[in-house]
Design a protein around this ligand. Structure first.
Ligand SMILES: [Zn+2]
Length: 273
């Protein structure tokens, strides 16, 4: 299969998964891939992303001019173009309306609290881009403020946007955001949300390299600062409270002795009581 036909198949598959998981309803959502430096493969407007076929996709240039395809490109094309302009490292963009994350976007609550170690390591904080009328030039302007430093964001009263070096990476970030939103909602309903300390956040950030994670920007050591260049995470400063041991092995793998592992489990059980 040629590269382009493989990319077409990838977009069809990601659209199918988004619809199957309820991240989009009706004709919502859009997906694009950078084919070469000046050509984008994009979902068309007014089709259900769960039932696309490879021939439905459009090819545009970086100005949004259609080069190929029977249908018109996505109504959110301007937002995609802005991401590719701002982030040369990005090769795929996914936009959807996952219900729990979009609920946070409607409530005006960003997913920026230090709660889950894995989210901090992979995505960092997930801010909310200011409200803009969908499909207008206002939306790319709202996205521009955060896209340099974030691979995922909520769009106020609208949905979520994720980007990555390939379309599956961008899509999995959408899954992570929705999963994180669900966990945050449950924790808040239960009435407790223990935050990870700032010291621990900085240590988790240090692990990014050893896992080969290329986050777009560092987490600010001491917020508040410029969200264009770093990520702001809400974390209490409480020196000494560490949740994971140091990475000491040469291959970067975390190895615990039986005694250390037992102590961690005991601590965890005690904190649940
Ligand atoms: Zn939308």
């Amino acid at each position: 299969m040629s590269t382009e036909s493989q990319r077409r198949a990838d977009i069809v598959e990601v659209g199918r998964r988004m619809y199957a998981r309820g991240y989009t309803a009706s004709n919502d959502g859009n997906i694009s891939i950078r084919l070469e430096s000046d050509r984008l493969l994009m979902t068309p407007k007014s089709v259900c992303k769960g039932f696309m076929t490879p021939d439905m996709l459009c090819i545009t240039d970086l100005e949004g001019r259609k080069l190929q395809g029977d249908r018109d490109p996505s109504s959110e094309m301007l937002m995609h173009l802005e991401v590719y302009r701002q982030r040369p490292d990005v090769h795929a963009v996914v936009h959807a309306h996952p219900p729990t994350a979009t609920g946070f976007a409607v409530a005006g609550i960003p997913l920026d609290r230090a709660v889950l170690a894995e989210v901090l390591t992979t995505l960092g904080s997930i801010p909310i881009a200011e409200y803009a009328t969908p499909s207008t030039r206002e939306l790319p302007e709202a996205v521009r403020k955060y896209i340099k430093a974030h691979d995922g964001m909520l769009l106020a009263n609208h949905g979520a946007l994720t980007v990555g070096p390939d379309v599956y990476s961008a899509y999995y970030k959408m899954e992570t955001i929705e999963h994180f939103a669900k966990i945050s909602l449950v924790a808040r309903l239960l009435g407790r949300e223990h935050l990870i300390s700032r010291e621990e956040v900085m240590r988790l950030q240090g692990l990014r390299d050893s896992y080969g994670i290329k986050a777009p920007a560092p987490i600010c050591a001491d917020g508040p600062t410029d969200e264009m260049t770093c990520q702001i995470v809400q974390a209490p400063s409480s020196p000494g409270s560490r949740l994971v041991p140091d990475v000491t092995a040469e291959d970067g793998e975390i190895r615990l002795t039986y005694r250390e592992l037992s102590a961690l489990i005991e601590d965890a059980i005690r904190s649940l009581r």
